[in-house]
Structure formats: C-alpha cells, structure tokens
Design a protein around this ligand. Structure first.
Ligand code: SF4
Length: 215
C-alpha cells in the first residue's frame, strides 16, 4: 500500500503535551481546507508516492518510538487508516495531528489524536466536524485552538464550555499563531481565564525559524 508523502523527518515535537520530546514525523500531502494563516501550504500539492514499507524503513532508521502523522490533512488519504494501525502494531506511540474537518472515527484507537478546532480568523470555522469532539478520550486525546486574535480566543472559550472539553480532552491547547502581534494580551487573558488550558507555542519555530521545513 502507498501514501502520498511530503516529507519524513526526525525532530523535536514542537507542540502539545508532548512538546520537547524527540519525535519522527510523517507529513502527508494534500488538505481540503484553506486556513488563512496556514503554515504548511507546501503540502497542498505534489509529494511523493511512497510504499508503507519504505516509510517504515525510514522510521526504523530514525530509531524513535514516538511518531506523529501530520499534513496537510493526514486523514484525507484513505490508506492512512491501515497505516496508523500498522504503526501501532509495530509498537510505535502514535500521534495524529488533524485539522478537524475529516471524521476521526476510523482512526485506530491506540493512536492519540490532536484535534484542531478551527476558529473564525482561519476562514474555515464553518467546516469543523463537530462529532469529532464527542469522540475525544479524556485520557488520550488533545484539542487545539489556533488563535489569531482575541476574538478567536473568545470563540475558543465558548466552544470549551459548550462542549464540556475540560471533561472530554486530556489537554486543551491554546495556540497563538507564530508572530501574532497581541501575544501578551492573549497570554494574560489565558492566565486569567480559570480554564484548564495550556498556552501552546510552536517550539520548533523558535529553534529553527518560522519558514524552516523538515523540522
Ligand atoms: S487544516 Fe492545516 S494544513 Fe489544512 S489549510 Fe488548515 S492549517 Fe493548513
């Protein structure tokens, strides 16, 4: 079986509760969404058709037992579901970073999901697949709001309360877009919110720069 892949690399996990851990990344090609602030537009087209065996070979070379499958939108390729299952069979700890438009229903339950909820400034908040929030597991899955401004943060607070995310998700990540002007105001408002959330800055961009690929 094959996947269309933009890049495979070994780096440091830059986000989520796993931040700072060595992690292999499999970045798949293609995404049905067009978030205004997208930082991975290079994944929209192209890529290389690579067999599962070749991907597993690369991961074996890295020797890292934590793997993130990302994109683009990784769940947009139907072969990703057996791929995730085989990663789990091989003993990898698997993270799935998904944009929240495609259903997570077919993801192997051994994998952990990091689910984006798109906020208004992304231009894609109408496309959130809300049943994904009901599938979150409190001991395993994380939900992430990328916020571009205080209005997005207000939206995030409403969704957190409306869907009782404090009791549904292992972590609630508030992730200001890199370089956002009002970062201090967002951080202060997060601090004062009394919500069980975590401010999530993208560590890899501070280490390698915002435009670096393969890190
Ligand atoms: S879902 Fe992710 S990859 Fe797709 S457009 Fe939005 S930010 Fe970019």
């Amino acid at each position: 079986m094959y996947l269309r892949v933009t890049e495979i690399f070994l780096s440091i996990q830059g986000e989520s509760s796993h931040v700072g851990r060595p992690c292999s990344f499999v970045r798949l090609t293609g995404c049905p969404m067009r978030c205004v602030w997208c930082d991975s537009e290079y994944t929209f087209y192209g890529g290389e058709r690579i067999s599962f065996d070749e991907v597993f070979g690369r991961l074996d070379e890295f020797g890292c037992k934590l793997v993130e499958v990302t994109g683009g939108e990784p769940l947009a390729q139907k072969n990703v579901f057996p791929f995730i299952a085989e990663l789990c069979d091989r003993g990898y700890e698997v993270l799935i970073e998904t944009g929240g438009y495609v259903s997570t229903e077919k993801v192997d339950p051994r994998a952990s999901i990091i689910l984006d909820v798109k906020c208004p400034a992304s231009g894609e908040s109408e496309r959130n697949h809300w049943p994904n929030l009901e599938r979150l597991r409190v001991d395993k899955d994380e939900v992430k709001f990328v916020v571009a401004d205080l209005n997005d943060w207000k939206f995030a607070k409403e969704i957190i309360k409306k869907h009782d995310l404090a009791n549904r998700a292992k972590e609630i990540l508030i992730s200001p877009i890199h370089g956002v002007e009002n970062l201090q105001m967002i951080a202060e408002s997060v601090a004062q919110s009394s919500l069980p959330v975590r401010l999530n800055l993208q560590l890899h961009k501070y280490i390698w720069g915002a435009d670096a690929r393969g890190v």
